[in-house]
Design a protein around this ligand. Structure first.
Ligand SMILES: [Zn+2]
Length: 218
């Protein structure tokens, strides 16, 4: 049987070598300085766990509806997406990424989809972009400008460019929403190692009403 790592760490700790004996004793990560927002979240979290608020969310890692959804990180969709689709905790694997784009065939979104299909039983994939998306009209040039404004030095930006990063390409917006959905559907549908039984469909959600419109994909 594998030993509990936090117990092992506590036992191997030499006396007087550092801080926070209590954290080792409880197995918790030592407290660090956090922002007021995170402090409030931690306070809520402790109360949530203590009052067993988690009980109504309990499920397992296998998605009940054998479904994975790629959607945008937009805050308007945080609860709206699941509510508008009639889904609850445990029903679907939700992969959130700016613009709901499957931008690279061997990037992290595609990796998540392959795990969802091959390890977790997913058979349906929905790509769900949305109206008025913040990622639609992004520009690499503007974002580099914003990086400078927020304190990133020219030296660091040049260093990234020297390492081969093309900001204009990497941080570009997608322009037409439906076209972006078609591209993502195409990447998933024609992926060389995506099992053939998986069905892929693309949609645009209204960011206000949650209405879903299917995108015709050739
Ligand atoms: Zn968006």
């Amino acid at each position: 049987m594998q030993e509990n790592p936090s117990k092992a760490a506590a036992e191997s700790k030499t006396p007087g070598d550092g801080q926070d004996d209590a954290s080792h004793a409880t197995g918790r990560t030592p407290a660090r300085s956090v922002s007021p927002t995170v402090a409030t979240i931690l306070e809520h979290n402790a109360a949530f766990v203590a009052s067993k608020g988690y009980e109504r969310y309990q499920t397992d890692k296998y998605p009940e509806k054998k479904l994975a959804i790629v959607s945008c990180m937009d805050t308007r969709l945080t609860e709206l997406l699941l509510a508008a689709l009639g889904l609850k905790n445990g029903d679907a694997k939700i992969i959130k990424v700016a613009g709901a784009e499957v931008a690279h065939p061997f990037g992290s979104v595609m990796r998540s989809l392959l795990i969802a299909v091959c390890e977790l039983g997913v058979e349906d994939v929905m790509i769900v972009a949305h109206t008025n998306c913040g990622a639609q009209h992004m520009s690499g040039e503007e974002m580099v400008h914003d990086m400078r404004r927020l304190g990133v030095s020219d030296e660091r930006i040049s260093l990234a460019r020297h390492c081969g990063i093309d900001f204009d390409r990497w941080l570009a917006g997608f322009g037409d929403t439906e076209e972006s959905v078609r591209r993502s559907v195409d990447v998933v549908r024609n992926h060389p190692v995506m099992p053939p039984h998986v069905r892929i469909a693309g949609f645009v959600m209204d960011s206000v009403t949650g209405e879903l419109v299917q995108v015709t994909c050739p």
